[in-house]
Ligand binder design. Sequence first.
Ligand SMILES: [Zn+2]
Length: 111
Amino acid sequence: MSETGNSPPERPDERRLHNRHGLRHQDPEARSGAPVTTRAVYRYVPHTITHVPEGGVVFEAFCTADACCEGSGPQDEQEAAQDWALHHAGRTGHDLFRRVVTDHARVTRAD
Ligand SMILES: [Zn+2]
């Protein structure tokens, strides 16, 4: 008992959590008792989605360092976002960036 004195207190808590989840999933009244108030019928209509070049592409870089919320802002050119990241890294030492590229797409009904 004294050898494993650190681990036993954690195990009962884990079991309790598992039991709570199990009771929720195994409760048959909760599932069957829920009334169905709405019903929607969807007709299948084929659509296509296509990249729209004239909508533009936006490049942006975000610094991921803790407590640093700086970003390049939306840029029309990828180089601009990358240059911002390079300058930011040189100035702060922050070296990990989340890069986002956004394009536009149009959905059209295929009649
Ligand atoms: Zn930063």
